[in-house]
Write a protein that binds this ligand. Structure first.
Ligand SMILES: [Fe+2]
Length: 146
């Protein structure tokens, strides 16, 4: 596991070249795999966590843009921290969820047993922090606005 806190900067090219008008193979047993996209605009990929429980979540990520998740196979639970409070979202098949809060995910039935289709930008920044760090930052933010 990499050290926290840290920031990751994604810049184009952030997805593989694709043969147009051809089916794209989905990855097998990969945590995250970008599939294709439109340079400087969007990219899509498949998210399939290796971890299988909330206990295994060490870090939460937050992007500087929204990220859309839609379950396409198996089971996958997102964990989000909103206003200093942690909440789990059990994704439902074919029901998209747009996420802006710090988040993580796990497959409750075992490593890589769920797959979500993800839409995000081609270029964005991500901050990785512990739950405690996000919670205290959000609470401080709420106090400033009170
Ligand atoms: Fe994310």
């Amino acid at each position: 596991m990499k050290k926290l806190p840290r920031t990751k900067i994604i810049r184009n090219p952030s997805f593989p070249k694709t043969r147009m008008q051809q089916p794209i193979a989905l990855p097998i047993k990969k945590r995250w795999k970008p599939l294709c996209g439109d340079a400087k605009h969007w990219r899509v990929g498949i998210f399939s966590p290796i971890i299988a429980s909330r206990k295994e979540v060490v870090e939460f990520e937050q992007h500087d843009c929204p990220e859309l998740f839609m379950l396409i196979e198996g089971a996958l639970t997102l964990v989000v921290i909103e206003n200093g409070v942690e909440r789990q979202i059990r994704l439902k098949k074919n029901v998209p969820v747009l996420v802006t809060a710090p988040h993580a995910g796990f497959c409750p039935n075992g490593s890589h047993t769920g797959k979500a289709f993800v839409v995000e930008r081609d270029e964005f920044d991500t901050m990785y922090r512990s739950k405690e760090d996000w919670t205290s930052r959000q609470k401080k933010g709420a106090q400033r606005h009170a």
